[in-house]
Design a protein around this ligand. Structure first.
Ligand code: GLN
Ligand code: ZN
Length: 784
């Protein structure tokens, strides 16, 4: 469904770049598709809303692709990727290439168009969307293919070939990129109703014929290289999985002959066994490795690399926004060059640049010093090329020395280093930071003070964010309204939310977070060591993007961040008002994190800042404090062997924030997911007094996990209704849910709350839903 738009002027300018000195060998794994100013997002949403045509959307997409190709060609990149563009997701693109369309979407064969494609991605009036899940340990989400033993596969989307031809017509020779067949299967799931024992890999013989057709067409269209992304090679794979790679590529060998084949891996090093398998695959000419996250890879390569093969050395970080330390990269590259040979080394990115921001030129608000430390996708392309040129003896001295100057300024800048913070964080080591009393005793002490009913009701924090509210915040930021007016508008809003909760008869209140645009940004803006971009968007899924803050320096809290609003809210009611904070792990995991110290050090620093806030809230008379750790699970490493290390420092950071409070201060935490089975011990180890979690599917298994877990006595609030849907649950329905929970959990530890914040809902949904929630709690109290 991609159309080719010829842009004559562009064509000319690309042709004219042939005079540029081509670097020996530079390669880009993949590039952001959303556009420097989120052009694709707006085009998609306008198309979905019926406000623009398919042609309009295709035009925007084609323009984005051509400008990306042009930019890489002009920079001098030798191996320029194609087919890394996507209207939604590259795994969904692969599923459509293979005709792997679940029957509920009513596809009748033929080339798959926007209607079927977007129905799979987003659902339609009658059919829900396919499942979406996190792409490895990134914040990108892919559509999970659903496969079953009866599936037949046919070549149903010519996107890869069309994009190759489109680039070629523009005068750019590209390397078409496909999600590799084995990773495709390993990233899929058995369709509903298919036996759990069904082996996805058993479908390999059925999908390879389609891959062969695609490869043959690409060859016929003039491709000389092809890239298969096989990132699952970095995961914990067993011998059976590895065998699948050997078989698949042997099977493809004859079709691939005449083409150079690159197998690309990323996000971690390839374990030793997988490395052996990978480097002995048939018909392969080169291997791509992430040398930023893959800390063992250099040693593996030094330990043996197949002669005559290309090494695509991913030294430029695709997951971060820091400018590359070019001199350090050259040292690494030269060492590798000695192993694999001068002719066989290709400078590359560590992974697709999809996971970084698009172009620093659009950052109008960052100061020059900070800007000099950064490189977004467009700048990383230039870095890759400069490294390749330097390796081939054409070092751009001016570029290298300005890079060295920027690296040095970042190392020595007083904006980065804060001795006091460094000392305080270093002093944390060796101590456990645990509250001195156990949770049951603490809950008793808290109950004496709070005097809550059985099945206490509460909400997760935010109340609906109306247009008016957003406008007030925006105008205050733009200095269009005075601080006084701003404070009085927010105060009015808090008052409304407090009154509503009193009318609803909720037990533990919240102030509604009207002053916050985003739960991380709000804190980042008030902490030292953070910077914010205006266009540093990164695709999260489909048209959704996030704009992570940049943590560039030691983190400290110049002054209290939430005490003003929380005490104001508390003064409006006799009921307990929850202080509302974002936890250190979530702030860390949703930011671009500095690369000059380990993640845990940064996390400890944030923990200390939040600890100051917790203690100030307590001093100001706030007795219930919620510290959200919505993203704790997201930070889990890809390898089992590394999980414990992460969980230990993450949970430790959380405990640091509140280990100093009195027994009578009740610490809540909230997490936006319910798959706890594997990390339940870490959740318990957080030692919170009350844990509220998502439980929209009323998952019995989850509750039994918790029954085990909460034997230690903490309060638990598995959400009693799903806030992600506009549907208003009835009292009976909620009561039924609570009853199911009571069958598993003790009544004295159960809390009644929605499963997340209410920020995205409307008051017309929130009021009746909460009314029914409170009614359900009361109904059950009367029966206890
Ligand atoms: N306190 C936050 C809110 O209610 C929590 C949001 C979240 O868990 N993602 O909005
Ligand atoms: Zn949540």
């Amino acid at each position: 469904f991609s159309s080719i738009h010829h842009l004559p002027s562009l064509r000319l300018s690309i042709r004219s770049t042939s005079t540029v000195v081509r670097a020996m060998a530079s390669h880009i794994v993949g590039y952001p598709r959303i556009g420097p100013k989120r052009e694709l997002k707006f085009a998609l949403e306008s198309f979905w809303d019926g406000k623009s045509s398919a042609d309009d959307l295709q035009k925007v997409a084609a323009d984005l692709r051509s400008s990306i190709w042009k930019q890489m060609a002009e920079a001098g990149i030798k191996f320029i990727p194609s087919n890394t563009f996507s209207y939604y997701d590259q795994v969904l693109d692969t599923a459509t290439m293979l005709g792997a369309v679940p029957s509920r979407y009513g596809w009748n064969g033929g080339e798959i168009g926007f209607d079927i494609y977007f129905s799979m991605a987003r659902g339609n009036a009658s059919v829900p969307a396919m499942e979406m899940t996190k792409w490895f340990d990134t914040n990108y989400h892919y559509i999970v293919p659903e496969l079953s033993p009866e599936d037949k596969f046919t070549y149903a989307s010519h996107k890869a070939v069309n994009e190759f031809k489109e680039a070629k017509a523009l005068g750019v020779e590209t390397v078409p990129v496909l999600v590799g067949p084995v990773s495709f299967l390993l990233l899929s799931k058995p369709a509903k109703g298919v036996e759990k024992s069904f082996s996805l890999l058993s479908l390999i013989d059925k999908i390879l014929p389609v891959y062969k057709e695609v490869v043959s067409e690409l060859k016929a269209a003039g491709a000389t290289w092809i890239q298969f992304d096989e990132p699952t090679l970095v995961k914990d794979l067993d011998a059976h999985h590895l065998q699948a790679f050997t078989q698949a590529y042997s099977e493809l060998e004859s079709t691939l002959s005449g083409l150079n084949v690159l197998i690309e891996t990323y996000f971690a090093d390839v374990p030793a066994e997988a490395y052996k398998t990978l480097t002995s695959l048939k018909g392969v000419s080169g291997y791509g490795f992430d040398l930023v996250r893959g800390t063992q890879t250099v040693d593996l390569i030094k330990g043996g690399f197949p002669s005559g093969k290309y090494l695509f050395a991913g030294v430029v970080d695709g997951r971060n926004i820091w400018s590359n330390d070019l001199q350090a990269s050259i040292t690494t590259l030269e060492a590798l060059e000695n192993v694999v040979g001068k002719e066989k080394i290709v400078v590359s990115t560590s992974c697709s640049l999809l996971h970084t921001a698009v172009d620093l030129v659009n950052e109008t608000k960052l100061d020059d010093e900070i800007k000099s430390w950064l490189a977004f996708a467009a700048q990383k392309v230039v870095e890759v090329n400069a490294l390749a040129k330097a390796l081939s003896g054409h070092k751009d001295e001016a570029y290298f020395s300005s890079n060295a100057a920027a690296q040095a300024s970042r190392k020595s800048s007083p904006r980065v280093t804060n001795e006091a913070v460094q000392k305080a964080a270093a002093a944390l080591k060796g101590s456990d930071h645990r509250r001195s009393t156990n949770v049951s005793a603490r809950l008793d002490a808290q109950q004496k003070k709070l005097n809550l009913p059985m099945l206490p009701t509460t909400t997760i924090g935010s109340f609906p964010q109306t247009m008016d509210l957003r406008r007030v915040r925006r105008e205050f930021k733009a200095k269009k309204i005075s601080e006084e007016d701003y404070v009085s508008s927010i105060k009015e809003e808090i008052n409304k939310v407090v009154q509503l909760q009193e009318e609803l008869d909720i037990d533990v209140l919240v102030h509604g977070e009207p002053e916050r645009n985003d739960m991380v940004e709000y804190f980042g803006e008030q902490l030292s060591g953070f910077a914010f971009t205006v266009n540093g968007w990164v695709q999260s899924y489909g048209s959704r993007c996030v704009k992570p803050p940049i943590i560039y320096g030691d983190v400290s809290r110049p002054k209290p961040m939430t005490v003003f609003w929380s005490t104001m809210a508390q003064s409006m009611t006799k009921r307990p008002m929850k202080g509302m904070l974002t936890g250190p792990v979530t702030i860390l995991n949703w930011s671009f994190v500095r690369n000059d110290q380990p993640r845990f050090e940064t996390c400890y620093q944030i923990a200390l800042a939040i600890k100051d806030e917790v203690e100030d809230l307590e001093k100001a008379g706030i007795t219930v404090i919620q510290i959200d750790e919505a993203a704790l699970r997201e930070g889990l490493p890809l390898r089992k062997s590394e999980e414990n290390f992460y969980l230990n420092w993450a949970v430790h950071s959380f405990r640091i924030t509140n280990c100093g409070v009195q027994d009578t201060t009740q610490i809540h935490t909230h997490m936006c997911y319910s798959n706890f089975n594997d990390i339940i011990h870490s959740i318990i180890d957080m030692d919170a007094d009350v844990i509220t979690i998502e439980n929209s599917r009323s998952d019995e298994k989850l509750l039994s996990v918790f029954r085990e877990g909460v034997k230690y006595g903490a309060g638990i609030g598995p959400g009693v209704y799903d806030i992600h849907s506009p549907r208003i649950p009835s009292t009976e329905e909620i009561a039924d849910r609570i009853n199911k929970m009571l069958a598993v959990l003790e009544s004295n530890i159960l809390w009644v709350n929605p499963d997340c914040g209410l920020k995205t809902r409307k008051y017309t949904e929130v009021k009746p839903a909460l009314l029914n929630m409170v009614a359900a709690a009361k109904l059950l109290r009367s029966q206890l």
